[in-house]
Design a binder for this molecule. Sequence first.
Ligand SMILES: *Cc1c(COP(=O)(O)O)cnc(C)c1O
Length: 361
Amino acid sequence: MAIALNKPLSPDLNKLSSYLQQVNESGWYTNFGPLHQQLTKRLEAYLGVENLLLVSNGTLAIQIACKVLKINSAITTPFSFVATSSSLLWQGIDIAFSDIDPQSYNLCPDALNTALEQDSSYDGIVATHVYGNPCDVDAIFQVANKHNKKVVYDAAHAFGVNVGEQSVLNFGDASTLSFHATKVFHTVEGGAIVFKHKTDFEKAKQLINFGIQADGTLGEPGINAKLNEYQCAVGLTLLDDIEKVIAHRAALFNLYCDELKAVVELPVWLFKASINGAYMPIYIEDEHLQQKVIDALIENNIQSRRYFTPSLDLAYSGQKSFGCEISRKISGGVICLPLHAYMTLDDVLVVTHLVKNTIKR
Ligand SMILES: *Cc1c(COP(=O)(O)O)cnc(C)c1O
């Protein structure tokens, strides 16, 4: 029996077509239409946030957040999906890498503080809640505050995650989401930015519509990053079931952890963080053993992926690095196992038995 690494949520076609029919009848296909407004309101309510701006993808979300916050140079994490760095470089933002914490795999607040003490010229910090595990948001807040830096969180993995009673999206000056088909919640392609300040939200809303101001006059030059009505229809359809989806993914994740914690290293989740089951990363230091596990998975038709590798300081070696030893080590041994909404608990046991038997052999 084959087990896929990931499987995008497929929207109920009856529900979806009734939304699409509404769009066809109104003739309002994009530009902040009725479905855009509905999806915005429902996401704000579900996530427990304000100032949420839908955008056309998670990459533009990062770029627009930085544009609005005037971040022209940033310290960022080397351990993330490539878009966290590539989006910044594409925009001409000067980036420098600071190392991750060996337990959480997220940007290390102490290393970040040391980096800023060495060179305080950076405008901001761009950190990823990698695999949906929140950064140490309190410690990063303290470092950012001390050095007077803006913070953008790439929360592409962290849809629906809370820290205590609070959405993880409520930390930092802005948090960005991706609604790509492979993510926990999606609109085929899409994303959002959650701003701390309403004024930043208003500015971003103009910028994603060419910089056209509310009164129709032109402000600062903008871009087109609007999410269209058809894609909002997918979002509205999928949002009906998202609570169930996340609960199921979390159950799969927790079972994986229980089964595997004695045989592999697992990232340590932030205290008080909720689980959304976005990914199932394991870390195996021994290269020979890593390969054995990967080969055994392939033989049994189970997809896995070395993710994230390479450490981004190696991919973008022309950028400054404050030292990324831990990121290089982790990216050399991390493997993501299958985890998606259509998997069963029994599927998880198939995978974990295989991993355990391969490691013991
Ligand atoms: C998916 C992802 C992005 C990019 O989002 P897109 O919607 O695909 O542009 C950015 N950062 C991280 C961490 C991601 O996983």
